[in-house]
Design a protein around this ligand. Structure first.
Ligand code: ISE
Length: 362
């Protein structure tokens, strides 16, 4: 691999695009990473998972054992550096992302990083800049952030409708984001940074503009809330174009995984997320009923989105491109979530401090 000096250090010039299968290392094989490994192996074409790495070696060995030719590498940075690895999928805990994504950029390797891109807006912006320097030299971008909802067929249809002007000017977006339950360590801050972050990306994606301010309200808490936490929350985004997006985030409903988004425009409205699969009608002692099922968690609700996301990531990486939300989207989401956490703590409307995109990304 050829290298060249840049202000960011020694970076490879144009990493070769593999003619054959994309050889991928998966870092972090907890619930999400293990799911990605199984999906890459069984459903995605043009790719092979050649290594996995995880702080829990036993778990890594168990995941690797199910994929022929996959080995366990103890040090994630060694897995990234490996000459037999063309691209990297990062599903480690968020505090490791900054170092690992930067190592991918330094090696010229395409990377799909699960959210968050990093733990704060400043370090995410540093990655935007590092990738930007790489792109200025090579003409290629490397970083994709795992906001999978953009690949969900329903969200894609809603976006196409908006882009075609089917609702006229969009004015309002109403969102509901409900989880049946969360682990006991899940705080109200995490509801903003871990859950509402998806609506941050959805709002930016659908409306094609940035979020300028965030307000968070704490309605009466459910008795099922983790002790001391505010659940549900109501979050309001104001966009740079004066549109408003409200989000109900409720993470201990005891029901299922419910994600709905409705866009209200000048010429009509459209909603997705009604979970309209099989509708069953039945008789009974207390009268006839009509019922359908609700996905238990995000892996079922967004299973198709993950398939499409991974296939498009693999296809793009083999062409030397990226195809999906990039480093800037990861950074913008972090900046909005930081404002959201401040708004939660202070109870005040909080402006989002975002760098000037034109100055940062050329
Ligand atoms: C989780 O991290 C996710 O990304 C899910 O989509 C979200 O619904 C959940 O609240 C988060 O904890």
């Amino acid at each position: 691999m050829t290298t060249a000096e840049t202000s960011a250090g020694v970076l490879p010039a144009m990493a070769e695009v593999p003619a054959a299968e994309l050889r991928v290392a998966v870092l972090g094989v907890g619930m999400m990473g293990a799911d990605h490994v199984a999906r890459l192996y069984s459903r995605i074409s043009g790719v092979s998972v050649v290594s996995v790495s995880d702080a829990f070696t036993e778990k890594a060995e168990q995941v690797a054992a199910a994929v022929p030719g996959c080995r366990v590498v103890g040090d994630p940075l060694a897995a990234i550096a490996d000459d037999d690895v063309d691209a990297v999928l990062i599903a480690t805990p968020g505090q490791y992302h900054q170092e690992q994504v930067l190592a991918c950029i330094e090696r010229g390797k395409p990377v799909l990083c699960e959210k968050p891109l990093t733990m704060d807006a400043g370090s995410s912006l540093a990655l935007v800049r590092a990738e930007d320097e790489y792109a200025a030299r090579t003409g290629r971008r490397l970083v994709t952030v795992g906001f999978m909802r953009r690949f969900d067929p329903e969200y894609a249809e809603l976006k196409a409708l908006l882009d075609a002007g089917g609702l006229g000017e969009p004015l309002l977006v109403h969102c509901a984001h409900r989880n049946a339950a969360v682990p006991p360590h899940f705080t109200s801050e995490m509801m903003v940074s871990d859950s509402v972050v998806h609506e941050v990306d959805v709002a930016r994606f659908l409306l094609d503009e940035e979020i300028a301010a965030v307000t968070v309200l704490r309605p009466r808490a459910t008795r099922h809330a983790v002790a001391g936490q505010s659940d549900p929350l109501l979050v309001l985004f104001e966009t740079t174009g004066g549109r408003m997006v409200d989000v109900e985030c409720f993470v201990s409903t005891g029901v299922g995984y419910e994600v709905r988004t409705e866009v209200v425009g000048e010429d009509g409205s459209a909603m997705i997320g009604l979970d309209q699969s099989l509708v069953r009608q039945a008789g009974g002692a207390s009268g006839a009923t009509r019922s359908t099922s609700i996905a238990p968690d995000f892996r079922q609700r967004f299973g198709r989105a993950y398939d499409i996301e991974l296939q498009r990531w693999v296809d793009a990486a083999r062409r030397g491109e990226i195809d999906g939300p990039g480093a800037w989207d990861g950074y913008a989401a972090q900046a909005v979530c930081a404002a959201g956490v401040d708004a939660l703590r202070t109870g005040r409307r909080t402006p989002v401090r975002l760098a000037d995109r034109e100055e940062v990304v050329r």
